[in-house]
Design a protein around this ligand. Structure first.
Ligand code: NAG
Ligand code: NAG
Ligand code: NAG
Ligand code: ZN
Length: 656
């Protein structure tokens, strides 16, 4: 019976009779050497077969509320469809059968086939998820006593795909750590090129929100996590290959694994042909200069893309995150200060963009070819040059300020009390400078301010941008309004769902695809009887139009306000019979707003400017004051999502 069922392997396809023992350094968290039937001689081919991801939903998903299940499954399918359309792999002709976990950590190779030295474990997991037997190869094992190799024929169908993604909703202890929302990793790699062929994605059950304002965040979180499992992770850097399939990190001649395993980090160490450390000797801080070490991805496609993005021909590579710990955030993400809203930075902040730079990294794994047309433009840092990409934000801001230039993308408006909003640089959203006050001094290498209006010198060390991973550099962020911990609206102008109730629309805003963010010239006020209410202000979303005859026109409550020159102040008066609204908007230049729509702006001539005659309204005085809303103000940012709140509890309501 035994002999019939178990065939003894005599020779493999690249057999030379070599027998090697391999001691798994990591308790088989990763399982190697999955045999794929690659079409012959992959080195002569290119990754030309669209990536096909097989989804397997763990039973933990079915324990979520139905609405959450539907949402997550829908977004996982969308994210998978995106990567299937974007990445291609070397063609394979047979189904994937994953390797089994071994009973002990000793694996023996014979003719390149992996045998468990003491038999196979009863179950195999990918992360915490149990792999169904139908995905597994039969147990290939080595009998030490009888010195025999057993390789029973496979009875399971396996999976017709190039990657298996196990999806779960497990509340593991990772979920409580830094309010993580989701996590992912690869778990098995194939034998010929080490490409990951299986991985998992797990969402923390408590972090699921069905609020429509969180849908984009959820989708990008899933896309982000899947990319970790497909290759963008420090644990796989040591396995990257050049475009000819040659390892970029030296391998052990016998086991084929990278030479050095770092037990503290729990991963194989990469060579400096993948990630290289550079010194920034003149890293300027408030009152001193230090040496800062940066780790950079220096593979060819990444280098080409970052140089083109920043317009810096000497940039060494793509800078990696240095905060957050090596098996969490550091090294496995792009540096937040340099790449802010690129979706492979370590926290979600706003408006995620999948840029050519992350796709270039996938190409540089040696496992994929990529469809660059699926990338979107990253505006952060674009064309800002070597100074932006290689110097501290302190030096960037200081240099710009001394030349009286715009310090974007950073900002220095600190708010104590009522926040003043601004517009994001592309005017697509209302934004706020995230410079905030911490309850103690920041680490000295992140202290940038020696004077802040209204703040005594001894307290300036407590001020910094709210995003730690961005080195506490302050910058403008989109944000989310909250009411009683529910997300009620975002700040992006084009989204109709951000529209306010008329009774709460203190700034007479309109959210629509025809809207952009415009700055206010000064504070707004609402008057009723003897009361004045001053809402937070600074900027708002308003509809506008462009024409080559009349230039830029802004609309407030359907009324037209024409901009004759940049800097002109539009005076707004409006009444809804409960309140008299008094406000103002500053005109940007017509060219800034209208040129990219192909509109030739008329010359701006102050002499043609006529004062817009506003109707005169009486201050209404009838009903009781009705200020219903109590908003919280939150910028959404996380390791994957932490929401810090600033409540605007104190409506400034004055009685005359
Ligand atoms: C896998 O599926 C594709 C179609 O999606 C089919 O052409 C191919 O023959 C299948 N491969 C195997 C090994 O069944
Ligand atoms: C890294 O992960 C290992 C095990 O996975 C854990 O024991 C260790 O504490 C982690 N180290 C850090 C710095 O997070
Ligand atoms: C994460 C976050 O919300 N951070 C801060 C950003 O900046 C404002 C002030 O402008 C703070 O109040 C926020 O707390
Ligand atoms: Zn990540």
């Amino acid at each position: 019976m035994l002999v019939l069922l178990f065939t003894v392997v005599i020779a493999g396809c690249y057999g030379n009779g070599v027998e090697v023992d391999y001691q798994d350094p990591d308790n088989q968290r990763f399982i190697y050497d999955v045999r794929l039937n690659h079409e012959h001689d992959i080195h002569k081919r290119s990754p030309s077969q669209p990536l096909k991801i097989h989804l397997y939903f763990d039973s933990s998903i079915n324990r979520l509320p139905l609405e959450h299940q539907r949402l997550i499954k829908g977004k996982v399918h969308d994210a998978v469809a995106f990567w299937e359309d974007t990445l291609m792999v070397y063609p394979t002709s047979a189904n994937i059968l994953l390797n089994r976990r071994c009973k002990t950590d000793t694996v023996r190779y014979y003719d390149g086939v992996r045998y468990c030295s003491d038999g196979c474990a009863t179950e195999t997991r990918c992360g915490d998820i149990r792999v169904p037997t139908s995905h597994l190869r039969s147990c290939e094992w080595y009998d030490r006593i009888g010195n025999e190799y057993y390789s029973p024929p496979d009875t399971m169908p396996g999976v017709n795909a190039s990657f298996i993604l196990y999806v779960a909703a497990l509340s593991s202890d990772k979920c409580s750590w830094q309010k993580t929302v989701a996590f992912a990793a690869h778990c098995q790699q194939e034998q010929q090129l080490d490409r990951p062929v299986a991985g998992y994605f797990s969402i923390c059950p408590r972090s699921v929100s069905t609020s429509i304002h969180k849908h984009e965040e959820l989708l990008y979180t899933i896309k982000h996590e899947i990319l970790h499992a497909l290759g963008f992770t420090a644990g796989l850097y040591a396995f990257y290959r050049d475009k000819w399939g040659r390892p970029l990190t030296e391998r052990d001649r016998l086991t084929g694994k990278p030479l050095v395993f770092d037990r503290n980090a729990g991963m194989y160490m990469w060579s400096d042909r993948v990630v290289k450390q550079f010194s920034r000797y003149n890293w300027k801080l408030k009152g001193r200069t230090i040496e800062k070490k940066v780790n950079m991805i220096i593979t060819p496609n990444v280098v080409r893309e970052v140089r083109a993005h920043f317009q810096c021909d000497t940039l060494e590579g793509g800078e990696l995150e240095d905060q957050g710990g090596i098996n969490g955030t550091a090294v496995t993400h792009w540096e937040k200060r340099v790449f802010e809203n690129e979706f492979m930075t370590g926290t979600y902040t706003q408006n995620p963009v999948i840029s050519r730079i992350s796709l270039a990294l996938m190409e540089d794994t040696g496992w994929y070819s990529v469809k660059y047309s699926n990338a979107k433009t990253l505006e952060w840092g674009k064309n800002l040059g070597c100074d932006f990409a290689t110097k501290s934000c302190y030096e960037w801001m200081e240099t710009k300020l001394s030349k009286n230039e715009d310090i974007h993308p950073f900002c220095i408006e600190a708010t104590r009390g009522q926040p003043v909003t601004d517009c994001s640089r592309n005017r697509k959203a209302v934004a706020i400078c995230n410079l905030s006050e911490f309850n103690k001094n920041l680490p000295s290498q992140y202290q940038y301010f020696s004077s802040i209006p209204g703040v005594p010198y001894s307290e300036t060390g407590r001020f910094g941008g709210s995003v730690a991973l961005a080195d506490y550099c302050p910058y403008l962020q989109e944000f989310v309004w909250k009411q009683d911990s529910d997300f009620i609206r975002g700040s992006r102008c084009a989204l109709v769902q951000n529209t306010l109730e008329p009774s709460q629309n203190y700034l007479l805003e309109k959210y629509s695809p025809r809207s952009k963010c415009f700055n206010h010239a000064s504070g707004w006020a609402l008057r009723q009887c003897n009361n004045i209410f001053t809402p937070h202000s600074g900027s708002g979303c308003y509809e506008y139009s462009c024409s080559s005859e009349t230039g830029l026109t802004i609309y407030v409550m359907e009324r037209e306000y024409r901009c004759y020159y940049p800097g002109q102040m539009l005076t707004i008066q409006y009444t809804d019979h409960q309140w008299l609204y008094l406000g103002n908007i500053t005109c940007p230049s017509c060219v800034e707003i209208c040129q990219d729509q192909g509109v030739q702006c008329p010359p701006m001539d102050r002499s043609v400017y006529r004062v817009h005659q506003e109707p005169t309204y009486r201050v209404p005085c009838s009903e009781a004051i009705n200020l219903s809303a109590k908003y919280c103000f939150s910028l959404s940012m996380t390791t994957i999502f932490i929401c810090l709140l600033l409540s605007i509890e104190k409506f400034d309501l004055y009685f005359l």
